[in-house]
Design a binder for this molecule. Structure first.
Ligand code: CP
Length: 342
C-alpha cells in the first residue's frame, strides 16, 4: 500500500492510515500532543475549541465499542460536530458503494472521516478519492492496520515504563490475523525498542515474520522470560478459515496468560490488551483484573491519543509560527490551565 499517501507535499501528516513509514519524530509528536490533552479529560468542562466548526463522520462497517466511542468523545472534546453513521441502517444495505457513501457525506461538508472496514486497504482507497481538504483516519482495516490502537498502546507503555530503548516487549497471541499486532510492531520498531518478541503457535504466526525485526517464539516460557511489557491479542475467530488451534482448551493451556505464566516476565511487567477480551481463552481474569493490568488505562488514554491525531492532521497549514499554530496554542493553553489548578 502507498504509505506516501498519508503525507502532504511538505511531509506533514495529512491522513493517518498506517504506522508503517511514520518516523520516530512523528510518533513522538503525536504522543507528546496526547500528553498535553490528558488534562482536558480531568477538567469540569472537558472541552477545547480546536476543531470548532469542523464536521467529523464516524463510519464503522465493523463492530466496535472502544474505538468508535473514544473517537466520538475525542472529537467532541475538541468541539467538532460528530455524526455516527449507523452502517446497518444506512443505504449501504440497499447496495450503495463505499465511495458513493463517502461522496454523499462529503457533499454535506464533512472535514474528517474516521473509517473502520473489514477490507484491508479500504481507508487507503478512500484517501485516494477524497479532495485535498478532507482527512481520513483508519480505525482498523481488515488484517492490515489499526494505527490509533498502536499509538495508544505506545502512549500507555511510555507512561508506565518510560524509555523504549530499555524495554523488552512480547506480543502474544493471534499475530496472523491481527491488524493491532502489525501496528504495534511498526510503532515499537520506529521507537527503538530494545527487544521485540512475537509469541504464538506456528499456525498463528505470519510466514517470515522475523523480517519485521521481531523474534518469533512458539513457547510462552521463551517469549515471556524477563520481558517488561506483555501485549496480549484477541484470538480472532471471525477471521479464521480452518483450524488454526487444536482446541480452545489447549490454546488457553499453552498461550493463555495466567498468573503463573506472567511470573516468567519481569516482576514489574505491565499487561496490555486492546479489547475485547476473551476471558479464559487468551487471558485469565486474575491477570486481566490484576495489579499489573493497564487494560482500562489504555482505553482512557485512547481519548487523548485520538484527540492528538485529529488535532494534528487538521492542524492548519505548515510553516505557521509556533504560537499561532492551533495545536501548539492549544497545548500551551492546556499546560497553563493545569499549572493554574495546582
Ligand atoms: N481495540 C478495539 O479496536 O476495540 P473495539 O473493536 O471495541 O473498537
Amino acid at each position: 500500500m502507498n504509505q506516501g499517501l498519508q503525507f502532504d507535499d511538505t511531509g506533514r501528516l495529512r491522513h493517518l492510515l498506517t504506522i508503517e513509514g511514520l518516523s520516530r519524530q512523528t510518533i513522538l509528536e503525536i504522543l507528546d500532543t496526547a500528553e498535553s490533552f490528558i488534562s482536558v479529560g480531568q477538567r469540569e468542562i472537558k472541552k477545547i475549541p480546536l476543531l470548532r466548526g469542523k464536521t467529523v463522520v464516524n463510519l464503522f462497517f465493523e463492530f466496535s465499542t472502544r474505538t468508535r466511542t473514544t473517537f466520538e468523545i475525542a472529537a467532541k472534546r475538541l468541539s467538532a460536530d460528530v455524526i455516527n453513521l449507523s452502517v446497518g441502517t444506512s443505504s449501504t444495505a440497499k447496495g450503495e458503494t463505499l465511495l458513493d457513501t463517502i461522496r454523499n457525506l462529503e457533499a454535506m461538508h464533512t472535514d474528517l472521516f474516521v473509517v473502520r472496514h473489514g477490507e484491508s486497504g479500504a481507508a487507503h482507497m478512500i484517501a485516494r478519492h477524497v479532495p485535498p481538504h478532507v482527512r481520513i483516519i483508519n480505525a482498523g482495516d481488515g488484517r492490515h492496520a489499526h494505527p490509533t490502537q498502536g499509538l495508544l498502546d505506545m502512549f500507555t507503555i511510555r507512561r508506565h515504563k518510560g524509555d523504549f530503548g530499555k524495554l523488552k516487549v512480547a506480543i502474544v497471541g493471534d499475530i496472523l490475523h491481527s491488524r493491532v499486532a502489525r501496528s504495534q510492531i511498526h510503532a515499537l520498531k520506529a521507537l527503538g525498542v530494545d527487544e521485540l518478541r512475537v509469541v504464538a503457535p506456528k499456525t498463528l504466526l505470519p510466514t517470515a515474520v522475523e523480517k519485521l525485526g521481531v523474534i518469533p517464539c512458539s513457547r510462552m516460557e521463551d517469549g515471556l522470560d524477563g520481558v517488561d511489557v506483555v501485549m496480549m491479542l484477541r484470538l480472532q475467530r471471525e477471521r479464521m478459515q480452518g483450524a488454526h488451534i487444536p482446541s480452545e482448551h489447549e490454546y488457553f493451556n499453552l498461550f493463555g496468560l495466567t498468573p503463573v505464566k506472567l511470573a516468567l516476565a519481569a516482576k514489574d511487567a505491565i499487561v496490555l490488551h486492546p479489547g475485547p477480551m476473551n476471558r479464559g481463552l487468551e487471558i485469565d481474569s486474575a491477570v486481566a483484573d490484576g495489579p499489573q493490568s493497564v487494560i482500562l488505562p489504555q482505553v482512557t488514554y485512547g481519548i487523548a491519543v485520538r484527540m492528538a491525531v485529529m488535532a494534528l492532521i487538521m492542524g492548519g497549514s505548515p510553516g505557521r509560527r509556533e504560537e499561532t499554530h492551533p495545536v501548539a496554542a492549544s497545548r500551551a493553553r492546556a499546560v497553563v490551565t493545569t499549572r493554574k489548578r495546582k
